[in-house]
Design a protein around this ligand. Structure first.
Ligand code: TXA
Ligand code: MG
Length: 382
């Protein structure tokens, strides 16, 4: 049942500026300022949610300090309550306040290991685990997090996004915002306002439309509290860049590049990032994909209406819905989730995602390989 007439409010991203060192934005476009303030009011003064762009994917934001708002997030997405949320901030002051309010020691210092990471990569597409106390004695501080955000874990994942719309929304609402990706659970993450609308219309009052997300997949999640530090989820900040940060040289990646391992049995995994259509990941080993290759793929793996999305070149087939994914890790990342969603809207039954082995193989392709591996039910090589 629809609770809201969801409004998609346009934002002129270029009209939002941050003076060096400033937390609050300067906004030159009056409509943009009005829309951002309206959304900030929803976050700060109600239990309701706002869809907003970040540089990675769109987020579904709610007040991280309020149980009802956090419950609404889990409910709107149909997300299992044991999967913790990332808390978004827009200044180091906010990080320090958060730590002070959520630890009994009442120190506001963040773990030293994160100093160079924060200096070099915040704001940006990386989330870090911060220790918190499960049993907060003094709950009078307004920055005490809802326990539902972390499902009672003794850490909270924190991120300072670089997208001006996200930063402005957090700064104007003057509060930490809990935000998962703004998709229905199991669906591809949203990289445009229309994707959020398709999944969540009626469940939230406002979606801020700041255009396409520049990266197209989620932030890297890092745990620096263990030795050696661990990457819990590959994402927007590359492993190669992480390993250049002092203290993170020996970073362990918990995710293996399963996608390039032996072909898996279909259906043996938890569904994630998936459109309604069946997704077949086709790893392109050789230079080109021939007509004969396609014929064989379609006969062996395709059923119903077929979609074909390929990296580079001009792989196409009569009767199939064809899309290009661009070329190289960045472009394929940018196009991956949106293409899966577009194919669904076209009523496709089987989607072949043809990506070059060289693109998926390298450390730079780790996040891409991880998402495509999870989105697909089968993997084949040509
Ligand atoms: O780019 C992003 O990170 C986006 C945008 C909106 O910021 N958000 C996002 O949130 O991807 P979500 O909820 O879809 O993914 C959060 C990931 C999950 O894999 C979750 O298990 C992990 O972060 N996570 C959150 N808190 C954690 C914690 N305390 N310990 C371990 N993992 C945690
Ligand atoms: Mg997600």
């Amino acid at each position: 049942m629809s609770r809201f007439q969801t409004q998609v409010l346009p934002i002129d991203v270029l009209s939002i500026k941050f003076a060096p060192g400033a937390t609050l934005p300067q906004i030159s476009d009056p409509a943009t300022e009005k829309h951002l303030k309206e959304a900030a009011k929803v976050i700060a003064n109600s239990d309701e949610l706002v869809g907003f762009p970040t540089e990675t994917v769109y987020g579904l934001g709610g007040l991280a300090l309020n149980d009802r708002a956090v419950k609404n997030i889990f409910q709107a997405k149909n997300r299992p309550s044991d999967n913790p949320l990332i808390v978004h901030i827009a200044s180091l002051d906010q990080l320090e306040r958060l730590i002070r309010a959520n630890t009994n020691a009442k120190s506001n210092a963040y773990p030293k290991i994160y100093e160079p990471l924060i200096k070099q990569h915040w704001p940006g597409p990386v989330s870090v685990l911060i220790p918190i106390d499960v049993d907060i004695q003094d709950k009078s501080d307004p920055y005490v997090l809802s326990r539902l955000v972390t499902n009672n874990l003794d850490t909270v994942a924190v991120r300072f996004p670089s997208d001006p719309v996200a930063r402005a929304l957090i700064a104007l609402s003057d509060t930490p915002i809990a935000a998962p990706s703004a998709n229905t659970s199991t669906k591809p993450s949203p990289t445009a306002a229309a994707h959020v609308f398709n999944d969540l219309q009626g469940k939230l009052p406002i979606i801020l439309d700041g255009g396409d997300c520049s990266i197209g997949l989620e932030s890297t999640v890092v745990n620096g509290l263990v030795d050696p530090p661990t990457m819990l989820r590959p994402g927007g900040l590359l492993v190669t860049k992480l390993r250049k940060i002092p203290g993170f040289e020996n970073l362990v990646t918990e995710v293996s590049k399963k996608v390039l391992g032996p072909v898996r049995t279909p259906g043996m995994k938890y569904k994630h990032y998936s459109p309604s259509a069946k997704v077949i990941l086709v790893v392109q080993k050789s230079g080109t994909v021939s007509e004969a290759d396609l014929e064989r793929l379609f006969n062996e793996h395709g059923s119903g209406k077929v979609g074909l999305a390929s990296e580079g070149g001009s792989v196409g087939k009569k009767g199939a819905i064809c899309r290009l994914l661009g070329e190289g890790v960045q472009q394929v990342q940018f196009n991956m989730f949106r293409t899966l969603r577009e194919m669904d809207l076209e009523g496709v039954d089987t989607i072949f995602m043809i990506v070059k082995g060289a693109t998926l193989n390298g450390e730079e392709g780790l996040a891409l390989a991880n998402r495509l591996g999870k989105a697909s039910s089968e993997k084949v090589e040509v």
